[in-house]
Structure formats: structure tokens, C-alpha cells
Design a protein around this ligand. Structure first.
Ligand SMILES: Nc1ncnc2c1ncn2[C@@H]1O[C@H](COP(=O)(O)OP(=O)(O)OP(=O)(O)O)[C@@H](O)[C@H]1O
Ligand SMILES: CC(=O)N[C@H]1[C@@H]2OC[C@@H](O2)[C@@H](O)[C@@H]1O[C@H](C)C(=O)O
Length: 380
């Protein structure tokens, strides 16, 4: 898995038994292989951009597939696991552009769309391991927005008979999965994006402190104060009023989005610390608003966080303030490494595609398409 933060490739070696509600998964190894500046730069040239070089895009597709294959082989070597001991690779690829209809609003293309690069054939041939990739297209074909796909794996691995849970992933974009109590009843489980997680925080830090990639432990944000005017301008977008489930990406929550809000409120000269404090509050409020939309004014749920933002104490404190009825912990409390969660979820999707059957979740507007996802690439 390589997410919208472009921090690296998450490689999770999983041992999976069974399928569907009987799935048992053990994480044997996990590593985030950091992307070099060169890799990040090559992705950024097309990432979430309207206008790109088609040649660059075309070259990037096999180049990323080959890069991901090499990084997987490096991990296996380090873990002393021969490639022929691995049955399958689930390769998410790199999301380059996410275009749900509500976001692109083009009457000439009345559909949802999303694009992930890093072709699975290259991963399969270079590693010699059967590879499943391009998971999101089937979800769109089945009536979804191509994301979030977390609901499937969260439901199969983390639902509880006794506890009502929110699985909150704080990546570049934040999303949560709702798992009802006694949740063998899948009809009320669903997942939704909530808005930015770290994407605007990271972009702001990078722009003003070129040697930093993110604000470690929210230290800069901790020294700042929330600017209420800027916060209100940031929250003033139809995305936050739209009912859940919904998806978004850095196409909308880009530096241009922040600049527009800064211009409206004459806050472009605000200190880095105050801007980061405000953006942290913005991410937390996106989560809280989606939770309030879904569960009423004072949700009382057990919230389990994952993703890089789960390491940010300032973001955690803001979430707790805005969700006072919720108990916050990380997925570590459920025995799942928070940084590995998204990669693990794709292993579950691949397992379902080859050994399971389409999972049916949600109902009505919150219906999650019952499809099996992933295209199969054979090594030979
Ligand atoms: N110690 C920390 N303090 C603050 N923020 C952190 C810390 N560690 C990681 N992060 C944040 O987490 C980000 C990486 O998160 P993650 O890897 O979950 O994102 P992603 O998977 O790429 O995104 P998405 O889920 O949207 O695809 C970093 O860019 C940084 O903003
Ligand atoms: C299009 C795309 O890549 N979306 C990602 C992104 O990162 C977080 C959020 O936005 C989520 O919708 C999704 O990833 C997770 C893994 C998902 O599909 O559940």
C-alpha cells in the first residue's frame, strides 16, 4: 500500500486463513520503505493535478510497478522469506487522481472515477508472485466511489459482538468505518472519508520548512493557536454538509484550497504554528462532523485510530475535544499495528477475491457494493 501522503510503500507480510467472517490474519512482518525524494518528485509531477505530461504518466505506470516489485523483494530478502513461499501480492498501487462525481461535477462524464498506477503485471513478472492489483475499479463498477474500501477488511477482522466501534484512519485523507455492536449484522456497517487528515498539514510544513516532511508529534502545531476565522472558511465547503458516505482527496484539499481560505480571511501571514494549529483543528472537526452526521449530536463509540495521524497527540487531543462521548485508542488495543492497517486490509481483499465471495455490507445510501475486487496478474 502506498497512500496519499507519499511517505513510502507499506509492505505487510500476512498469513491468512479462511475467508469471510472466518478470516484469521496474522501480521508476520511489516515495514514502511520510505520513498526517496526522486520517487516522491516523480509521483508529485502528476499527483492530483489537472494538467500533466501524458508521457510522464505513461512511463510512471510500469516504473512504479517495477519499483514496488523491487521494494517487496528487498523486504522479503531482509525477512529471509523466499519469494516462492508467498502465495499472493495485493498491490494497491499509487493513487494519482481520485474523481468522485460530486467532486469533478462534469455533466459530460456522469460517473465516479479513480486512477491508481503501478501496473500489477510488472509486479508479478518481477517478483514471480501472483499479484492482485487495481482494486478500486470494481467498486466503482458496482456503484461505489472506488473508496473507502476499508469497510470490507475492518468488518471481517475487527468487528465485535459487544462493542460499537469506529475505526478511524488518519492518513493524508481521514476516513472511518462504523461497525455496529453485535455486528454480524453487516447491514449497518459502512465507511466514509471525512476530509483531510494530514495532507494540508504536510503541504504547509513542506512549503515553509523545506527540510521537513511533516510536523513530528505536532510540535509546531502545539505552539500555535487556532484562528477561528480561517477555521470557519476552511469548513465552509459542501463536502462537509454532504451526507455520509462520501469520498475525497488531495484534488480538493490541496494547497490551493488553503490559500483561498487564507485570502478570504486575510490570514496568509499567520505564523506557521497558528496555521498548523488551525489545520489540525480542521482535520479533527471534519471527523467529528461526519460522526455527528452519521450518529447524532453526541456519538458514544469506541474509536480506534490508525494511520500516521494516530501518532499526532495534538490531533488526538482535538478529536477527543470534539467527540467527548467517545473513547479514543489506537488499533494496537485490538492487536493491529496502526501503521500496517491499510496494507493488511488489501491483503484481506485479495484473499476474498481468490478464496472468498463478495461481501455484502451496508444498506440504502450506505450500501457498500458486494463485489470481489482486484485484477489477477500471473508471473508467467
Ligand atoms: N509522529 C508523528 N507526528 C505527527 N504526524 C505524523 C507522525 N507520524 C506520521 N505522521 C503523519 O502521518 C503521515 C503518513 O500517514 P499514512 O502513512 O497513514 O498516510 P497514507 O497512508 O499515505 O494516507 P492515506 O490513508 O490518505 O492514503 C505523515 O505524512 C505525517 O503527516
Ligand atoms: C482513492 C484513494 O486512494 N483513496 C484513499 C485515500 O486515503 C484514505 C482515503 O483517501 C480512502 O478513501 C482511500 O484509502 C483507503 C485505504 C480505503 O480505500 O479505505
Amino acid at each position: 500500500m502506498s497512500g496519499t501522503s507519499l511517505d513510502g510503500l507499506d509492505v505487510a507480510l500476512c498469513r491468512v486463513q479462511g475467508h469471510g467472517p472466518g478470516t484469521r490474519l496474522e501480521l508476520e512482518q511489516f515495514r514502511t520503505v520510505p520513498y526517496s525524494d526522486e520517487v516522491r518528485g516523480r509521483i508529485r509531477e502528476v499527483f492530483a493535478r489537472d494538467q500533466v505530461s501524458l508521457e510522464h504518466l505513461t512511463l510512471l505506470n510500469p516504473w512504479l510497478g517495477r519499483l514496488h516489485a523491487r521494494l517487496v523483494l528487498d523486504c522479503l530478502r531482509e525477512w529471509q522469506v523466499p519469494p516462492d513461499a508467498v502465495d499472493l501480492i495485493a498491490s494497491h498501487g499509487q493513487t494519482i487522481y481520485h474523481a468522485p462525481q460530486h467532486q469533478h461535477q462534469r455533466p459530460d462524464f456522469p460517473l465516479n472515477a479513480t486512477l491508481q498506477l503501478g501496473d500489477g503485471d510488472h509486479v508479478a513478472v518481477l517478483t514471480g508472485i501472483i499479484t492482485l492489483s487495481d482494486f478500486r475499479q470494481k467498486h466503482i463498477a458496482g456503484g461505489g466511489e472506488g473508496a473507502p474500501l476499508a469497510a470490507y477488511g475492518d468488518y471481517l477482522l475487527l468487528s465485535s459482538a459487544t462493542e460499537e466501534r469506529l475505526l478511524l484512519n488518519l492518513g493524508g485523507i481521514a476516513n472511518f468505518t462504523y461497525l455496529p455492536r453485535a455486528s454480524q449484522d453487516a447491514s449497518t456497517a459502512f465507511s466514509t472519508d471525512t476530509g483531510p487528515g494530514n495532507t494540508l498539514l504536510d503541504a504547509t510544513v513542506r512549503a515553509q520548512r523545506p527540510t521537513m516532511t511533516y510536523d513530528e508529534d505536532g510540535r509546531l502545531a502545539a505552539a500555535g493557536h487556532v484562528h477561528e476565522g480561517l477555521l470557519a472558511a476552511l469548513l465552509d465547503h459542501p463536502f462537509f454538509r454532504a451526507p455520509v458516505p462520501k469520498t475525497t482527496g488531495p484534488e480538493l484539499f490541496s494547497p490551493a484550497y488553503l490559500h483561498q481560505a487564507q485570502e478570504q480571511t486575510a490570514t496568509a501571514a499567520l505564523s506557521l504554528e497558528d496555521t498548523l494549529a488551525t489545520l489540525t483543528e480542521f482535520s479533527a472537526l471534519g471527523v467529528a462532523r461526519a460522526a455527528i452526521q452519521a450518529f447524532g449530536s453526541r456519538p458514544e463509540l469506541a474509536v480506534y485510530m490508525s494511520g500516521g495521524g494516530a501518532h499526532n497527540p495534538i490531533l488526538q487531543a482535538a478529536l477527543q475535544r470534539h467527540l467527548p462521548g467517545c473513547r479514543l485508542a489506537t488499533t494496537q488495543a485490538l492487536g493491529m499495528l496502526p501503521d500496517a492497517k491499510e496494507a493488511i486490509l488489501f491483503a484481506v481483499l485479495a484473499n476474498e477475491a481468490v478464496a472468498g465471495q463478495p461481501v455484502s455490507l451496508g444498506a440504502g445510501r450506505q450500501r457498500v457494493p458486494a463485489v470481489s475486487m482486484g485484477k489477477i496478474s500471473l508471473p508467467g
